[in-house]
Design a protein around this ligand. Structure first.
Ligand code: GDP
Ligand code: IMO
Ligand code: MG
Length: 424
């Protein structure tokens, strides 16, 4: 049976998913997003150009591939229009090869206001969301009050007015002041713009493509530690970012999932609030942030940095059924004398390598120290050039995680990607 492959983040997002989706696209006919929305920021660099994609799949730059925004995605028409128009201005017209599920939910301007109101109400306990209305939109989906892309084709104004009124009542009850007049205009223009695209019943289209033998790659957004069920709840996003999310977010049956590419940084980052056991508050953390340019691609927020966490990674490998690993940003560690990896947690003084119910202040990382490779790897093209200490680091990770590391990334550019030949 022809199967679809999934690529997803194993940490707290920003692992480099966009870059690798772009690198892998030539091997596929179709690239799809299955969850999340414009909270994502997927960066691609090639030919001296940099692009940040938010709702549009990262398969749009390599050939005339079909790209699909699946039913599990939440779409903001205003942001989508801005993103698609910017791409069109740079010579990438998408109207003929980008398909959008009619079942994807619409992020309304009042969802953004509700996102801000919810955060304000939480005070110090705020999630640190991207402010894009993600949580309120998924809340409306689950409470059966949402508007879907398919709704724009008939009696939309009435449906919109009703949903907006509901939100206004909620905002009033929260005593939250806001003004959506300006963004509402852009948003309505976005609704008209959406009509230029192929609005489809994506589950039929995708399954049809699978039956035709087409190679389909699903692009995850966020990361496993931000999954609403398995992440560091409540400091998570509002969708299932894990592999199972590709099934519900596209209408692909579980037995049609093929390879699961799990992507991680050689260290670890997180944006927004919430626990992060291996976070560094010292000079090393500062160096990781500076070397890795760890600032959010969407919000510009400084990313918190720390050592790789193998307890969390093992958990992510298990939850997703990862078959191939991809390690990113190894170049950021090129100058380190030693590198640490968290191999266990100490919880109330007891050591465990099992990911706990809750990551709280009582969870302390237990580290193993490894020698650094002290070599500039950014121009390397093949595995045979890797320094011994780097190979030792890869072997150590593979032993711990029990999954082969198939791809290593040594810089942000498309070309700075090494597929390990011994695994081909
Ligand atoms: P995504 O959300 O998972 O697609 O990741 P982001 O694009 O938000 O963040 C990854 C950042 O790291 C981007 O700025 C990329 O250009 C950059 N990047 C990707 N791979 C590498 C790498 O191997 N080395 C370095 N130094 N930067 C990388
Ligand atoms: P990509 O796809 C990193 C984080 C936010 C916040 C939490 C909830 O680029 O990896 P939300 O706006 O989703 O309600 O915010 O999730 N977050 C991300 N962090 N990368 C992302 O996407 C993220 N999308 C959301 O910072 O902590
Ligand atoms: Mg990102």
């Amino acid at each position: 049976m022809n199967k679809v492959d999934v690529l997803l983040g194993l940490q707290w997002g920003d692992e480099g998913k966009g870059k690798v989706i772009d690198v892998l696209t030539p091997d596929y006919d179709v690239v799809t997003r299955f969850q999340g929305g414009p909270n994502a920021g997927h960066t691609l660099e090639f030919d001296g150009q940099k692009y940040v994609l938010r709702s549009i799949p990262s398969g749009i730059f390599q050939g005339n591939k079909v790209n699909i925004i699946g039913n599990g995605v939440v779409l903001d028409p205003a942001l989508f229009k801005a993103e698609a128009e910017a791409l069109s201005a740079s010579g990438h017209d998408l109207t003929k090869r980008l398909y959008i599920s009619k079942k994807a939910h619409l992020i309304m301007p009042t969802h953004r206001a509700l996102d801000a109101a919810n955060e304000a109400a939480k005070g110090d306990a705020k999630v640190g969301t991207t402010g894009k209305g993600i949580g309120p939109t998924y809340t409306d989906k689950v409470s059966r009050n949402g508007l879907r892309v398919g709704d724009i084709l008939e009696n939309f104004e009435q449906k919109y007015a009703k949903a907006k009124q509901r939100h206004e009542e909620m905002l009033r009850a929260m005593n939250f002041s806001y003004d959506v007049t300006e963004i509402e205009k852009e948003w309505m223009a976005g609704i008209e713009y959406l009509k230029k695209f192929n609005l489809i019943d994506s589950e039929h289209v995708i399954n049809g493509l699978i039956d035709e033998g087409k190679a389909v790659l699903c692009e995850g957004a966020q990361g496993t530690m931000l999954d609403v069920d398995f992440g560091s709840y409540p400091f998570v996003t509002s969708s299932n970012t894990i592999c199972a999310g590709a099934c519900t977010g596209l209408g692909v049956a579980p037995n049609k999932i093929g390879d699961v590419y799990g992507i991680f940084k050689a260290y670890c980052t997180r944006v927004g609030s919430g626990p992060f056991p291996t976070e560094l508050f010292d000079e090393t953390g500062e160096t990781l942030c500076n070397n890795g340019h760890e600032f959010g691609s969407v919000t510009g927020r400084r990313r918190r940095c720390g050592w790789i966490d193998l307890v969390a990674l093992k958990y992510a490998v298990m939850i997703n059924g990862v078959t191939k690993l991809i390690m990113m940003k190894s170049d950021v560690l090129d100058n380190f004398d030693t590198i640490k990896a968290c191999v266990a947690y100490k919880v109330n003084g007891v050591e465990t390598d099992e990911f706990p119910y809750e990551l709280n202040d009582r969870v302390e990382p237990v580290y193993k120290e490894l020698p650094g490779w002290k070599t500039n790897m950014t121009k390397m093209k093949k595995e045979s050039e890797f320094p011994q200490a780097f190979n030792d680091y890869l072997d150590f990770l593979e032993d711990e995680l029990n999954v082969p590391i198939k791809i290593v990334s040594v810089g942000p550019d498309r070309e700075q990607t090494i597929v390990r030949y011994r695994l081909d």
